[in-house]
Design a binder for this molecule. Structure first.
Ligand code: ATP
Ligand code: MG
Length: 418
């Protein structure tokens, strides 16, 4: 029996990974411009880290984690998200001692045991960024602008930014109570998950996709009307900065994130193009997380975007780079010259292909077509003797005579690129 990959774990083949590289390179460029540095943390952490940060009553911790006991009887978990591990590292290496303001980004695989479907996998990839140490709403606005800039640079007008505020430990309990008394009368109409979460995490009902829950929560009290003065001012200032930088957004008071550590600003980049996988990126402020994990009382804010979902939105756009030149040879005696040219040209930055197996000239030209080389050249005895050859521009058949040397070919290929 042939072996296949584990369900929900995907291979990323070269055409697709070129699209991924384009996304990763754009993110790196935009993030580095904003002063962020890359942090690489392990894909596995002690289970306790995620229980303490993400929260016990969340979908992730309740049912999505890849948790197992290793040979040393330790409970370990493949990371379901990036922030917890990054903050663990921030505290462990006392990065705050040099400077409480750290701007960090990461990219890599995350693991959640979910039902695989388009845009939802068990191993998926996130690109995320975090700013620590800034209470000021400027940090919220910079993170949001950075995210919006990334999507603009990558050439996507979808998704669009939605923002909300979830308040803080001072004002959220009152909101939770108000929401609970609203939901209490409608408890019978809620789904089993929401009935159960009524006690532990009633806010999640606002985010539930089950039609009965959507209906029952119409007219529910809004979190934005329950913010304390501090949270209300913070939210207004975030909006002010977004207006100032002409970043488009809309307010979605029903947006509740699925992780417990969020405070104040939360946001999502949403699209209607991926069915129920509507969130392409999401994040928020987490002012209590670092101290909750045993670090100093330093605030933070960040986001993560799903690489697979960004790639789906980019669709079939090609990111393949095509060969500049295909070298065909008349016979085996020209292969030394062809190989030396191939080697020299690649070393000078020209993308060249040649026939590897001494096939017929016809089949070599078929391969040049298939690879969509910009130019082709056929090298025979005469060309070797004259050290000149005729180069054919594949798109229109235009022929040019040039020296059969690295610099001669380089000049020809570069010239026609302009
Ligand atoms: P969803 O509501 O779609 O389950 P989420 O709220 O669980 O998303 P986050 O934990 O905020 O997602 O993760 C940030 C981003 O990571 C999401 O916006 C999405 O793009 C991506 N993501 C999350 N889970 C998956 C998954 N199982 N497969 C692919 N991408 C995912
Ligand atoms: Mg989820």
């Amino acid at each position: 029996m042939t072996l296949t990959a584990v369900k929900g774990f995907n291979d990323i083949l070269p055409d697709e990974s070129r699209r991924w590289q384009h996304i990763e390179q754009t993110a790196r460029r935009v993030f580095e411009l904003n002063g962020f540095g890359e942090i690489r943390v392990p894909v596995m952490e002690k289970t306790e880290l995620f229980c303490r940060s993400i929260g016990d009553a969340t979908d992730i911790v309740e049912k999505e984690m890849y948790t197992f006991t290793d040979k040393g009887e330790n409970s370990v978990t493949l990371r379901p998200e990036g922030t917890a591990g990054v903050m663990r590292a921030f505290i462990e290496h006392k990065l705050y001692a040099q400077d409480p303001v750290a701007k960090l980004y990461y990219m890599g695989p995350m693991f959640r045991y979910e039902r695989p479907q388009k845009g939802r996998y068990r191993q998926f990839h996130q690109i995320g960024a975090e700013i620590t140490g800034v209470h000021d709403p400027l940090a919220d606005a910079q993170v949001l602008n950075m995210l919006a800039t990334f999507f603009r640079e990558i050439g996507l007008t979808e998704p669009t930014l939605q923002i909300n505020s979830l308040g803080c430990p001072e004002c959220r309990p009152a909101y939770r109570t108000a929401l609970r008394s609203f939901l209490e009368e409608r408890l019978g109409a809620l789904c089993e998950d929401c009935k159960r979460r009524f006690a532990t995490n009633p806010l999640r009902t606002l985010d539930c996709k089950v039609p009965g829950c959507i209906e029952s929560t119409a007219g529910a009290p809004s979190v934005l009307e329950h913010l304390c003065k501090g949270c209300d001012d913070h939210f207004s200032t975030v909006k002010h900065y977004l207006d100032l930088s002409a970043t488009p957004y809309s307010i979605n008071a029903r947006m509740v994130r699925g992780l417990d550590y969020y405070t104040r600003t939360t946001f999502e980049m949403v699209t209607g193009l991926l069915g129920s996988q509507s969130a392409v990126a999401a994040g928020g402020r987490y002012d209590g997380l670092i101290s909750q994990l045993g670090g100093p009382a330093i605030p933070g804010i960040g986001f993560a975007m799903g690489l697979e979902r960004v790639a789906l939105l980019l669709g079939s756009q090609e990111f393949t780079t095509l060969p500049d030149l295909f070298i065909a040879t008349m016979g085996s005696s020209e292969r030394d010259v062809a190989f030396s040219l191939l080697d020299g040209l690649i070393k000078s930055g020209v993308r060249v292909e040649m026939d590897y197996e001494g096939k017929s000239l016809k089949s070599q030209m078929r391969r040049a077509d298939k690879l969509k080389a910009r130019y082709s050249v056929v090298i025979g005895e005469n060309e070797v003797a004259a050290e000149r050859a005729t180069f054919k521009r594949m798109a229109d058949g235009l022929q040019s005579d040039a020296a059969l040397t690295v610099s001669g070919i380089q000049t020809l290929v570069m010239k026609s690129e302009q």
